[in-house]
Design a protein around this ligand. Sequence first.
Ligand code: SF4
Length: 352
Amino acid sequence: MIKRRVTRTVDVGGVKIGSEYPVSIQSMAKTDTVDVEATVSEIVRLEKAGCELVRVAVKTPEAARALSQIKGKISIPLIADIHFDYKLALESVKNGADKIRINPGNIRDLKDLDKIIDVCGEKRVPIRVGVNSGSLTEMHTGAGNPADIMVSSLLKYLELFRTRRFKDVVISLKSSNVRVGIDAYRKMANECDYPFHVGITAAGLPDEGIVRSSIGIGVLLLEGIGDTIRVSLTGEPVGEVLSAKNILKTVGARNFGPEIIACPTCGRCQVDLVSITKKLQKELKKVYGQDKPLLIAVMGCEVNGPGEAEGADAGIAFGKGKGAIFCKGEIVKTVDEDAAVEELLAVIRKGV
Ligand code: SF4
């Protein structure tokens, strides 16, 4: 069980962010926000995949005005991503944004920030102060520890929030360098009790981006740091949500239904373990609730098979053309390879 860093709670359009609540999943629409139809369609796909909060880019007053139409057609909180122009934040709040994300690297004038705090305070709209290593000019001199620079510039920026007693703040410190990002979040965790939005920025195409994000976000979550996460991928946004679920599941932060552990196979394996595992994964979705935890082991031989299958809720350890089915640590039957998936599903259906 992960011991979470204790934070205050911030309510974003009904989704509570903070240590008292489950780590939530965010993503960002990749459409032009002005194109309401395309944006809504993408957000609905994200919702179906399990996205719990969604952000959209607000580049123009027209995009800010589109928020009210988008909000009426989706069922998760909508976050306006603001850069450079504070007036876009004001317009977004007016049009129903549930949270504003601002970047201290490009909304630097404290008079502008003061106006955003005024409007958000009046409407109880939370603000994510999202530092991004790429947009902090202080980072580009090459002097100093990058994580320290990110944290100190953020702390300076947060002074006005403290003076104004504006508490609905979420923090992020994203770097494309995993080590710098982890260091920055760790350092900031000692400085405040604001909840953290955790992610690795510009993580890249899915094959590399998922690895970078899993390491960066996973390390922090295992230390109890992180209250909402976004996996940033150069690609299909639904993939961000599925990866976020896998990260949360892997670190034990949330359950998203059955989890299969399967051996990688080697020369000892005498069955088609890849096909069996894929078929089991597909069929399990139909027969088992996606909110109930269940650990299933599918193993290729007697080397590690019985041990893993015994330790899981249910499992199968194969030999030559046959497999021993385990349930709660006991062998319940031995079956032919061809019938393995159906027989294992029958055991699971009976109740594990
Ligand atoms: Fe190979 Fe057996 Fe290990 Fe699977 S369990 S990788 S088949 S040794």
